[in-house]
Write a new protein. Sequence first.
Length: 442
Amino acid sequence: MIRIMGRFRWVTGILFVAVHGCAPVIDVEPPSAGQASFERYIAIGSGYTAGYNDGALHRTGQLNSYPNMLAEQFRTVGGGSFNIPLTPDVIGFDVDGSTVEPKLELGFRSMCNGDELLTPVRLESSATPENFDYIGNDANYHNFGIPWLRVTDMFRITLSDPIKGNPYYIRFAPDTLDHLINVLARRKATFFTVWMGMDDLLLFAQAGGEGPVITGGEQFATSYNAMILALIADSAQGVVANIPDILRFPFFTTIAYDGLILSEEKAATFNDLAQQAGLNWTFNIGRNLWRVEDLDEPEGWRFIQEGELVLNNLPPDSVECALLGSFVPLPDRFVLDSSEVAAIHVSLDFYNSIISFVAGQHNLGLVDMHAWFQNLEEEIQLDGLHFSDLAIEGDFYSLDHTYPTDRGHALIATEFIKVINTHYGAALYEVDPTVYNGNLYP
C-alpha cells in the first residue's frame, strides 16, 4: 500500500512503477473533485459531527472530527476554509443539567470494597468558564455539528436562547434571533454533509426512556425534507448519512441483562440475607438476572428480560455496596425495557427510510452508516489496527462508549469519501487512521 500526504492514502488509483538504476519512480493518480465543488463546505449534524468524544466537547476532538478530515481532503482539490467553533482548551466541557464537567480519561477509581478499578474517570482539572464565552462574531463557521441537535431543532427559535437553548449552540450562534436552518441557508454552501437523526433517538435512549421523547415520524420526515430543500436551494451538492443502530453502541451492550455476577462467597452472603429477610430468593454463583423497577408489577419490581438493556452509567459502587440490582431494583433511568427498545427500532427504521428517500429524490449521495456499523460487531482490521464494538479495547468508541475516538473518525471520514468518489466521480484520498489516536491508557 502506498501512503502519501501524511494523513491520507490512495488505495484504488492507478499506480505506475519505472526503474531507473536502483531507484523506482512511483506515480500515483492525483486527487480530483470530479463533478463536485468543495469551494464552500459545511457540515451539519450532532455530537458525531461536532467531534464530541470522551464525554465532552473539546478542542482535540473537534480538530480530529470527520468533517475536518473531509475539509482537509477537499482543500487538495480546490476546497476553501473550514472554520470550527473551537473550545478554548483540550479539557473540554460536558453539560449535565446544572453540572459542567471536563472530559474523561482512563484512570483508577477506588471502589467501596477497597478495589482499584481501571475505568473512565473525569479529569481532575475543571472545565473552564471560557467554554461559555460567546464566539459567534469570531468567524464564519462551517462545522454545525452541535451535540444534542435534533432534526426539529433546525426550526426551533429558542435553540440559541440563553435559558431554553442548546448550550453547545448558544456559544457560537451566528444569529440568536433566527432559525438554524436559515443560518445554514445563508452560508451559500456549494457542498454539504448531513448526518442528522441520531440524537432524535439517543437522548431518549441514554436517559433510559425518561429523556426527551422520540421525534415523531411525521415531524421527522417534514423537518428532514425541509432541511435538505433549504440546503440545495442554491444548487448545492452533498451527501447524507443514515443512522446506525444506536442500541449496539457499548453504552447499551457492555452490561449484560444477566450481568449481576457473583462469586461463591457473594452468592452465599446474598442467599443468607434473603433468608434472614424472609425472601424466597435464590442467588447463583456466576451470572444472575438484574432486578428492575416495574410499577405495573404487584411488588413494584421484576426480573429483567432478555433483550432489555442496562445502561453503562449504572454506578458500580451502588451495585457492589448498596445492593443495587440485587436487593434494590434498578431504577428506570438505568434500563431500557422491551417496549422502549421496540419504539427506538421502529423509529430508527422509519427515519432511515426517509433519509434514503430524500437522498434519492434530490440526487444526493447516501452514506450507509447503518450497514457499516454492523461490521464492528465482527471486527474491522485495517493497517495493523483492530476495531470492534467493544468498549475501550475496541478502539472505535471513545471512553464515553457512544462517540468515536479520533481513529474512529478517520474510518467514518473514509466512508464519506467513498460515497463522494462514487457519486460525484471524484478521486479523493482515503484517511489513514494510523496517524490518529485511539483510546489512551495510563
